[in-house]
Design a protein around this ligand. Structure first.
Ligand code: G
Ligand code: MN
Length: 258
């Protein structure tokens, strides 16, 4: 049974692992970033996906503990990724619940993680879901400014699925929009899907933001997001999330899928 005390115990016992999914530059095919995705290695239930425990972690506030434990783990791992050719190792994209923006010590905690792991701040991108947009603007803005002052980048995850405001994105100095996979799915079904993606990309670019298409599963979707002007892409068509030890060989082998 997954309940609060089981979840708390599992964090103490370190039952969480991270899988890593490459993010591809659509114009060069290079792996430019990697997202760390949480998995719970449950002693009885096996490997659990985020949707099976993140909602409970959010409700109970345990997410405040879990996220930081996982971000530190991912930063540590990211320092071991190889340089390939002259290119810098990929950026680490890590998920951070918007609840953290209310914590006064967030910036210090992230700074301490960067110092302990010695990951360059420029190689860390934090992904916040759109619900960050509805937090008290001044409170969120102070936290985001502090993170940006460290040199960390900010991405909005699952963009377009919930409440979104381009004015807020601009105020929050968001660097990257991750376009929700529901739009990418819709691309193959109707012209409308493509038009929405294209419109998001144009607005994002006008505000100086980079775009990532999430959940690319087919060659057709890849072609369409490319023609809509998307910068980067992520999804099963390229790579499934993989265990930590499989990534370095992939990075060394070069990042082209073909
Ligand atoms: O909320 P967030 O975007 O961080 O979560 C991404 C989730 O989507 C992960 O659990 C990941 O395993 C999953 N995922 C990654 N690529 C694909 C894809 O191409 N298709 C689908 N359906 N899911 C994906
Ligand atoms: Mn994410």
């Amino acid at each position: 049974m997954v309940n609060e005390s089981a979840l708390r115990r599992s964090i103490e016992r370190n039952e969480f692992i991270l899988h890593y999914q490459p993010i591809i530059d659509l114009s060069t095919g290079a792996i430019v970033a990697v997202e760390a995705l949480a998995r719970w290695q449950h002693p009885d239930l096996g490997l659990l996906a985020p949707y099976e425990f993140i909602p409970l972690a959010e409700q109970t506030g345990l997410i405040l503990l879990l996220d930081l434990v996982l971000i530190e783990q991912a930063c540590q791992v990211a320092t071991t990724w190889p340089h390939v050719g002259g290119a810098p190792p990929p950026t680490l994209s890590a998920n951070l619940s918007p609840q953290h923006l209310r914590q006064r010590d967030l910036v210090e905690r992230i700074e301490a993680i960067l110092q302990r792991t010695r990951l360059s701040p420029a190689r860390l991108q934090l992904e916040l879901t759109e619900s960050a947009m509805i937090l008290d603007a001044s409170e969120a803005q102070i936290a985001l400014r502090g993170l940006k002052a460290l040199g960390v980048r900010i991405a909005i995850d699952d963009f377009g699925a919930g409440y979104s405001s381009f004015a807020r994105l601009h105020d929050f100095e968001v660097d990257t929009l991750k376009i929700d996979q529901s739009f990418i799915n819709r691309i193959s079904v109707s012209d409308e899907g493509w038009k929405i993606v294209q419109a998001i990309v144009s607005l994002a670019h006008a505000l100086g933001m980079t775009t990532i298409a999430e959940g690319i599963e087919t060659a057709e979707q890849l072609k369409q997001v490319g023609s809509a002007g998307c910068d980067l892409g992520q999804g099963y068509y390229f790579y499934y999330p993989m265990p930590e030890d499989e990534l370095p060989a992939l990075l060394r082998a070069g990042s082209r899928r073909d």
